[in-house]
Write a protein that binds this ligand. Sequence first.
Ligand code: HEM
Length: 412
Amino acid sequence: MWNPVDPDVVENPHPLWAWLRRESPVHAVPEAGYFLVSRYADVLRVSRDAQTYSSELRGIVQRDEAGRARLLKTELVDQPQARVLGVADGAVHASHRRVVGRTFSPSRMERMSQLASEIARRCVGRVAGLDRFDVVESLAIPLPLELTTRLIGLPLDDQAQIQCWTDHALRMAGGLANAKELAEDMEQTNRFHGYLERCFDAASSHPKDDVIGDLARSVQAAERGDEGLERWAAVAILFQLVVGGVETTVGLISAAIHHATQQSALWARMRGEPEIVTAFIEECIRLDGPAIGNLRRTTCDTELAGVSLPEGSTVALLWGSANRDEFQFPRAERFELDRPNIKTHLGFGLGKHFCLGAALARMETRVALQALRAHADRIALACDPAALRHKPSMGIRRLQSLPIVIDSETKA
Ligand code: HEM
């Protein structure tokens, strides 16, 4: 019998996902009282129906000391602080989404694109002479970390600390931490909240042209009686943007470069044909997108693919599995650049909660590939593929390290 929280299964979830899609598409995990939804059509149905499937969660799935899945009730549960943007429904969600949508304006995104190119070139410049380096450490982490820090308006000197806090928050949400780690993750996550509160308050006296400045102006508007955010919501949104924006993008950049090591013909074409890069990234998101699962909670008794879901059930939407569903993507396990329906992948979710950072993440991955491509005519994995490991998490899939060797014909 499959155990979805077994670390080996989490490291390589594909056999479990294939079994679920074939044998038990809406699969009860009775000991934890939650359901795994693995087929494309069902994931689509749930993500389109925010009335029945709420994002206001009451718990997260965790592995207990005996190695079984259980649902851990979240501390805040009935407080409004528990309902912010990604974990809010209805009017509250819509108003948070409007504020963040405005702050990701086209002109700001254009500036971010130029900045991302500078950062990526700088990162690649540091390692280009080395021949062998770890992509995750050298490029996939520093690019989204610095870009997100600057986009939001947090102090650049705090990047290492922000990365450390993000790690804790994600390990906590990832479901595989033990009790000691979980306690540490909660403490560090509280510290991160405190830090963001202090940054927010400091930024509020002289709001600048960055995300934190926009959120501060929104809070000030609400204080004058106009539409806007409450302070706690602004801080919680900052938290979601950092935690949701950095590690996911690290995962996509790493996955894309990993695929590039296996696709030498496409790598060769990327120099002269920029449109290849765009299609390449979409297929990487479909096959190996970093967001592999998000939770929902049923608001009434319902039924999905013939399975009864009582009100209050927790449902895991397995985006990663849906993207490998043969009924939607024939030869789903294969990397194919010219899939006619590639835009239908669910790597950034779908519906009301569709990822607000999708364009940003795609852009960062594109500039990372282009910066590396400019230095490397050939790239190859510098370790046994079987030695590659992902961070243990049921929510976000990202490589821990990716050692590569590069070779350039144009080298002096
Ligand atoms: C490759 C990188 C990324 C992936 C794969 C990804 C994936 C996702 C997915 C699947 C969702 C939907 C969650 C759900 O339905 O419950 C989501 C939502 C969200 N993402 Fe991303 N994301 C990425 C990057 C980013 C970045 C860079 C940001 C911002 C800096 C961001 C901000 C958000 C926010 C705010 C939401 C919540 C939107 C809402 O609830 O309305 N994401 N993301």
